[in-house]
Design a binder for this molecule. Structure first.
Ligand code: BGC
Length: 581
């Protein structure tokens, strides 16, 4: 078959245009920032105990600065029994010895400042660890005491209080309530935990809880952080009376239950909390930000979180979940920009984080990829690693051309896949234990990073085995090996991020190029840069324009120079005529 016979239309870019979002030069570094998520346990292990540490992050920060990112967001490194990898905090104002000390934090902050990188830390205000002093005090105090009122304790139902107070389920499986034994040894009240048993929910109807978190905010702001990613920011306040809920534990729509009606999510009183926090941040100047991890459904409601006096940003999970379905992508992008423009907030875009299967693995499936939190094991249908990596490059290039901010997850610049061959005995995510192994959990995306190909554990650390085993492919994907190869995933990210900055794409516009928005392709214009994605099985003829960058580096030469391959994205510099009068 000749090349020409497999090319499908349309090659010309001229045609109808649909403007969705105009260029925006409103001040605010975060409005167009690229923020890189560091998951400390898996970033770099300098002390050789098999778990990453703050000193390891400090040592490698120059490698991140080279990527031309704006900021680093750190997942929790606070004191914690690590039952949920640090999202179970026992002291919000100290560093867990596993990761180092407050002095190590200060050294990391100083190095970030030297490199011109901002640091954002994770704030976990919905729940703490059952080892937190406040929860221990609540267990020791009687029902109805001020100590118990810091949390959500209730009497059980049934003749002797033997049934949980309501039917809510934990995100990690099983009931969202655990019964305690009272100090006198009798079976007692129940406490609410939307996550693991070891993560009791705070009672945000209590002013003392507000005061405690305002103290925590100031503690880290005083140490120089540029802001906070707020964990499950939509969950803090629960509906009065804790009514029954028959929908999904994560509050997303399904089975006829609209997600926004869930009594544990999106309650109106939440917004005053964030207004107060924004005022506190403003005392430290205009550059400190709040980013909501709010899985809000339906999407336009996300705008409520980022009104001018509330948070600065919110994660766009509908974009992550749109995959490479061009119709869903277009819908989510249009809906996000329209809803967020209405409140003057920038959008953010994200494809991977520590809670979902990495996008290089998700895109390695032709059918549906596993559900978030389910993970992939050796007995499951296996992804095609090479296909996933090349589609991931295309997806990242499509995302990083969009106006707004973007979040990257450590290792995606290396095209890392999930760890799949993790023995059950080494799985650590509470989802695995709480579902009796039915859901494998999130360990696969948390496997320690490969830095140097010739070193033990691919350069993650020279001592003990990493806390999760690395796949065999990690040595070949190590950063040093990729740095030396012009066609590597890492070098594509470097070029892409540098160009995004040079062209100010983050502050740019979005106009759909209708001729290219088909069932198998999607294209937009941001300024004079056209971004074209082909997800169809056949190559497409490239329209006229100067190729700035393509996601298949090898396609820059030969006959491929004139075609956009299946699963490829290109950035083109173009001059375009609007054929509509
Ligand atoms: C975090 C998870 C964590 C959960 C409970 C999520 O939003 O991203 O990693 O398990 O909150 O804190």
């Amino acid at each position: 078959m000749s090349v020409d016979s497999v090319l499908t239309a349309p090659a010309a870019l001229a045609g109808p245009l649909t403007l969705v979002h105009a260029a925006d030069d409103t001040p605010g570094w975060w409005r167009s920032a690229v923020i890189y998520q560091v998951y400390p346990r898996s970033f770099r292990d300098l002390n050789g105990d098999g778990v990453g540490d703050l000193a390891g992050i400090t040592a490698e920060l120059p490698q991140l600065a080279e990527l031309e990112i704006d900021a680093v967001w750190l997942s929790p490194f606070y004191r914690s029994p690590q039952r949920d990898a640090g999202y179970d905090v026992s002291d919000y104002c100290d560093v867990d010895p596993l990761f180092g000390t407050l002095a190590d934090f200060d050294a990391m902050m100083a190095e970030a400042n030297r490199l011109g990188l901002r640091l954002i830390v994770d704030l976990v205000p919905n729940h703490c660890s059952d080892q937190h002093a406040a929860f221990q005090a609540a267990l020791a105090a009687p029902a109805g005491s001020p100590e118990r009122d810091m949390f959500i304790f209730r009497d059980g139902r049934g003749d002797s209080g033997e049934q949980p107070p309501n039917n809510w389920q934990s995100h990690f499986g099983g009931p969202a309530w655990t019964r305690i034994t009272e100090p006198d040894g009798t079976p007692g009240q129940w406490y609410l935990h939307l996550f693991d048993t070891s993560q009791p929910d705070f009672n945000w109807d209590n002013d003392a809880v507000h005061a405690e978190f305002e103290r925590v905010l100031r503690f880290w702001l005083d140490r120089g952080v540029s802001g906070f990613r707020v964990d499950v920011a939509h969950a803090l306040v629960k509906a009065p009376g804790l009514p029954e809920w028959g929908g999904r534990a994560d509050g997303n729509s399904s089975h006829g239950f609209p997600g926004h009606e869930a009594p544990m999510f999106g309650q109106p009183a939440l917004h005053d909390i964030y207004r107060t926090w924004r005022r506190i941040l403003a005392e430290y100047g205009p550059d400190r930000i709040l980013c909501a991890e709010a899985n809000v459904d339906p999407l336009p409601r996300l705008a409520d979180w980022v009104r001018p006096d509330e948070m600065h940003q919110a994660f766009n999970f509908p974009y992550l979940h749109a995959g490479l379905d061009v119709h869903r992508m277009r819908h989510v992008i249009t809906e996000s920009l329209t809803a967020l423009d209405a409140v003057g907030a920038p959008s953010t875009w994200v494809l991977s984080n520590h809670d979902v299967v990495r996008h290089a693995t998700r895109f390695g499936y032709n059918g549906p990829a596993p559900r978030d939190g389910d993970g992939i094991g050796p007995a499951d249908v296996q992804p095609d690693e090479a296909l996933g990596r090349s589609r991931a490059a295309a997806a990242s290039m499509f995302m990083l051309g969009l106006p707004g901010g973007a979040y990257l997850y450590q290792g995606e610049e290396l095209g890392l896949p999930d760890g799949i061959d993790i023995p059950d005995s080494q799985r650590q995510d509470p989802t695995f234990g709480r579902t009796g192994g039915e859901r494998l959990g999130r360990d696969g995306c948390r496997v320690p990073l490969p830095w140097r190909s010739g070193e033990p554990h691919a350069g993650f650390g020279a001592g003990a085995d990493p806390w999760l085993p690395q796949p065999a492919s990690f040595a070949g994907l190590a950063r040093d090996a990729q740095a030396a190869s012009p066609s590597s995933h890492l070098n594509l990210y470097r070029r892409m991020l540098a160009l995004r900055r040079e062209l100010s794409l983050g502050q740019g516009s979005l106009t759909w190029l209708e001729n290219w928005c088909t069932d198998t392709s999607l294209a937009y214009l941001n300024g004079t840069t056209a971004v074209l994605l082909n997800v169809g099985p056949e190559p497409l003829e490239l329209p006229a324009g100067q190729v700035l960058l393509r996601s298949f580096v090898s396609a820059e030469q030969g006959e491929d120079a004139h075609r956009l391959s299946s699963g490829e994205t290109v950035w083109l510099e173009i001059y375009i005529e609007d054929t509509e009068s």
